[in-house]
Design a protein around this ligand. Structure first.
Ligand code: NAP
Ligand code: ZN
Length: 350
């Protein structure tokens, strides 16, 4: 089936309207009419090949929400009309130790990303959610229980939500924890909302003075402008956990020195250029940890969606037509978004 999409033909070319092919649904497949797709910084890194290895044409988008429009003969859990989501994963081997534990994102044989991943479908790599329709194996389709009116604001949960939820759960954040969230963008604003909902004391770290008020409204108990050395010093040795979502290279030492003994800073941002090597002394004298975390598995993504539906949590979004995607990328690089762009996929028909 031919479907309209928005994609890039090269790293230095703007995204444009293109026609792509979607496979006819196989027995295990769910076909989804996409209503909205969130715009992740990873989309930008990939479209512009900042990480290298981008295959073109590149159709980004892994924060997908929409409605089931067809199901394969062996699909029982979904029916036409259901409201569903697709995140960063559309395939994994299903038989390694990681897949057995529901950690498909760490599949030992390599997961299939929603875009730029290997597939038998044309053109040989997966094409993402900046498109009218997608066909996905039922194991990678999520159920959405939020109200229909919240649907656009649910889209970012599929990546920004799970990428922050998973480490907060893994490191057992809850009442009594002092948690820092660094970088109040798409991921960071979800990190603040989720850590607050889990009962932690949340401190938002931002480079943008104009986000001070807004970060409190998101659920932060305190806000620190990280360029201000005195404000930083006031929190030395005090954090159990810091979630660092910054999408650019920066000194990690300023944040590791805020951790308590045995505290952990988890990096989820993947900047184009590496961070300067962190100070070893800063780590060893208080047995502090620096760790990483990649999105979340399918079961945990469903758990996060249900947690957010129960608590009334959605993303704060700015809706755009697909035609404004390059402008949105440029604003994202400048940190000028509160807090996630979401594409109205109806605009693709124009
Ligand atoms: P985003 O919306 O652009 O937010 C990043 C935030 O980082 C900005 O809003 C800004 O917040 C801060 N920042 C940007 N440049 C900075 C700089 N030079 N110095 C200090 N702070 C800076 O991006 P996102 O979509 O949240 O994604 C963040 C990163 O996570 C990206 O690298 C993305 O590829 C990665 N990611 C990783 C995973 C994973 O599984 N690990 C999943 C999704 C995305 P302030 O204005 O508050 O300072
Ligand atoms: Zn993402």
């Amino acid at each position: 089936m031919t479907t309209k999409a928005y994609g890039a033909h090269a790293a230095d070319k703007p995204l444009q309207s293109i026609d792509i092919e979607r496979r006819a649904p196989g027995p295990q497949d769910v076909q989804i009419d996409i209503a909205y797709c969130g715009v992740c910084h990873s989309d930008l890194h990939t479209a512009r090949s900042e990480w290298g290895g981008t295959l073109y044409p590149c159709v980004p988008g892994h924060e997908i929400v929409g409605h089931v429009s067809a199901v394969g003969s062996e699909v029982s859990g979904f029916k036409v009309g259901d409201t569903v989501g697709v995140g960063c994963l559309v395939g994994s081997c299903q038989h390694c130790a990681a897949c057995d534990e529901g950690l498909e994102q760490y599949c030992e044989n390599g997961f299939v990303g929603t875009y730029n991943g290997p597939t038998a479908d044309a053109p040989g790599h997966t094409l993402g959610g900046y498109s009218q329709c997608i066909v996905v194996d039922k194991k990678f389709v999520l159920k959405i229980r939020h109200s229909e009116s919240q649907l656009a604001a649910v889209a970012p949960l599929l990546c920004a939500g799970i990428t922050t939820y998973s480490p907060l759960r893994h490191w057992k954040v809850g009442p009594g924890s002092k948690v820092g969230v660094v970088g109040i963008g798409g991921l960071g604003h979800m990190g603040v909302k989720l850590a607050h909902a889990m009962g932690a004391h949340v401190v938002a770290f931002t480079t943008s003075d104009n986000k001070r008020r807004a970060a409190l409204d998101l659920g932060a108990d305190e806000v620190v402008v990280s360029r201000n050395a005195d404000e930083m010093k006031a929190h030395a040795n005090s954090f159990d956990f810091i979630l660092n979502t910054v999408a650019a290279s920066h000194s990690l030492d300023a944040f590791t020195s805020l951790l308590k003994r045995d505290g952990t800073m988890v990096l989820v941002g993947v900047p184009e250029h590496p961070h300067p090597s962190p100070s070893v002394a800063n780590l060893i004298f208080k047995r502090r940890n620096i760790a990483g975390s990649l999105i979340g598995g399918i079961a945990e993504t469903q758990e996060m969606l249900d947690f957010c539906a129960d608590k009334g949590i959605v993303s704060d979004i700015e809706m755009i037509p697909a035609q404004k995607i390059d402008e949105a990328y440029d604003r994202m690089v400048k940190g000028d978004v509160k807090y996630r762009f979401v594409i109205d996929n109806a605009s693709l028909a124009k």
